[in-house]
Design a protein around this ligand. Sequence first.
Ligand code: PNS
Length: 165
Amino acid sequence: MKTKVIYPGTFDPLTNGHLDLIARASKLMDELVVAILRNSEKGEPLFTVPERAEMIHEATREFGNVSVATFDGLLVDFARSQKASAVLRGIRAISDYEYEFQMAMMNRKLDPELETLFMMPAEKYTYVSSRLIKGVFRLGGDVTALVPPLVVERLKDKTLATPHK
Ligand code: PNS
């Protein structure tokens, strides 16, 4: 049977940590669907969902088995609608573990058939998060080594389009 796996997240924006995980996972799985949550409770995002989808699409073009989708509501429902057998999540440090464990167990309660797989990104990205990238970039810091070049361009476009108040 072919393994179809969902890699869900907010991806606001995609980082090299995400991309590193996608590269690793795409070698192991037949199909990997990067799924952007549309109704995130994380507050006002920097990038719209279509902007995030376009960046992921461009950055993952080289992988033949990676696609991009968006979803609303429960992850387990989306995974079922996609006929996926598992969900992939990245663990950077022990601090990620508790939240990820809770989420995995809740998803298992909601759908016992759906597995959660955890993978670690390259060590050099263990401190990278979308939240930190946005914060550092806003304050003029250099993030070029931490996000794909296209994301750097889009971050620059954003700051030009929305001048500081
Ligand atoms: O990148 P993030 O913000 O850590 O991703 C979190 C995400 C999107 C995986 C999670 O919030 C999610 O799956 N939301 C969908 C709602 C859901 O299914 N909730 C129950 C699982 S605890």
